[in-house]
Design a protein. Structure first.
Length: 354
């Protein structure tokens, strides 16, 4: 755990910066308040690579107790976890501890021949042929359980031939981080990524004792706080670990976006590789290494969303505007989130849907 967790605080500030016009910056809080839909509960943080433009929380973190959402409260950020896993792998590549063309056979014994030939690059880009899921997020599965699952599967198509999103593909990357790094996946993240970059409270179990968690709600019904949902003593089951489930807040996501945008995560050459258009997701969107790259009329957007039906998070960097938006929610509703995103885009003078 980082020793300086308690000293890492983002305070709300409104500043004029070229990321938004002076007119928008001068009245940003009022404008954002006007576009937040009724029923939204969560956090919003907006900034640039070197400035915080806006942070605020809305709604209830615990409806039964009447606890309001606070800026430091922790939310499940879902698949945004993949951006951390990918960056950790690339850090190991930067140290020449791994190469992206190495195969699973270099790290795991007793795999089928086809699975053994899958490369790290293919895992990173969702072109490995691995399935969407290895099991339910809350189904108990430790390291041995996951390794046994990996040994039994076959890719669903020839690796490298097409894009197919895979959660367990990123859990395999987390296992490689453990094998090469010589420590648990979360400990590696804490020591090499989160603490080094001073990102604040981000993690599974290695979090401040004072951490408070938002309660998740599905269609109005209480689901629970993330650690209550089938987690083991050292974190979530391996069906989720490495591909989802990290806990943080919108301010933590904003710090992560700022570290990425300012080039503090990786050497320049590797960061360029991370944001290459490796695999097409749809007409105007590609998957890089852990991030989606979207072409928009206003420029390139680096983005990842995450969600499990009740928690939702979005982290996006509008690269050509040096503008970052981070959102968390503990009561996902598609229409509410879409209305919020549309309203924020309009406020920030990004008027075309993405």
């Amino acid at each position: 755990m980082c020793r300086n967790f308690r000293n890492l605080v983002i305070t709300q500030c409104l500043v004029v910066h070229f990321a938004v016009s002076a007119a928008v910056a001068d009245n940003l809080e009022d404008q954002i308040d006007q576009v937040v839909p009724v029923g939204f509960s969560g956090q919003i943080a907006i900034g640039s690579s070197d400035s915080v433009l806006f942070t605020k929380s809305y709604g209830l973190a615990d409806r039964e107790e009447g606890t309001v959402v606070a800026n430091n409260m922790l939310f499940d950020i879902g698949s945004i976890t993949k951006t951390f896993t990918a960056t950790a792998i690339l850090m190991l590549a930067e140290r020449r501890s791994v190469t992206l063309d190495q195969t699973l056979g270099d790290y795991f014994a007793k795999l089928t021949q086809k699975t053994s030939a899958i490369t790290i690059h293919q895992l990173l880009t969702h072109t490995s042929g691995m399935p969407l899921y290895s099991g339910d997020d809350d189904e108990s599965c430790n390291t041995a359980c996951f390794d046994e699952w990996l040994a039994e599967i076959e890719p669903e198509f020839p690796p490298g031939t097409k894009y197919q999103y895979s959660n367990p593909g990123y859990s395999v990357l987390a296992r490689i981080i453990e094998i090469v790094g010589g420590k648990s996946y979360e400990s590696f993240l804490q020591e090499e990524v989160i603490c080094r970059l001073q990102l604040g409270a981000i993690g599974y179990r290695e979090l401040p004792d004072s951490a408070e968690y938002a309660v998740g709600y599905f269609q109005g019904q209480r689901v629970g706080k993330p650690p209550e949902l089938g987690w083991m003593d050292d974190g979530p089951p391996w069906h989720l670990r490495g591909n989802g489930g990290l806990l943080t807040n919108a301010e933590g996501l904003l710090r992560w976006l700022q570290a990425t945008a300012s080039g503090r995560t990786l050497a320049a050459e590797l960061q360029l590789q991370q944001f290459e258009r490796h695999a097409r997701r749809r007409e105007n969107a590609w998957y890089g290494y852990g991030w989606t790259i979207i072409d928009q009329p206003w420029g390139t957007v680096i983005d990842h969303t995450g969600g499990n039906g009740f928690f939702f998070a979005d982290a996006r960097w509008i690269k050509d505007r040096d503008l970052m938006i981070a959102i968390t929610s503990n009561a996902f509703d598609r229409e509410t989130i879409q209305a919020l995103l549309d309203g924020i885009r309009a406020t920030l003078e990004l008027t075309t849907d993405d």
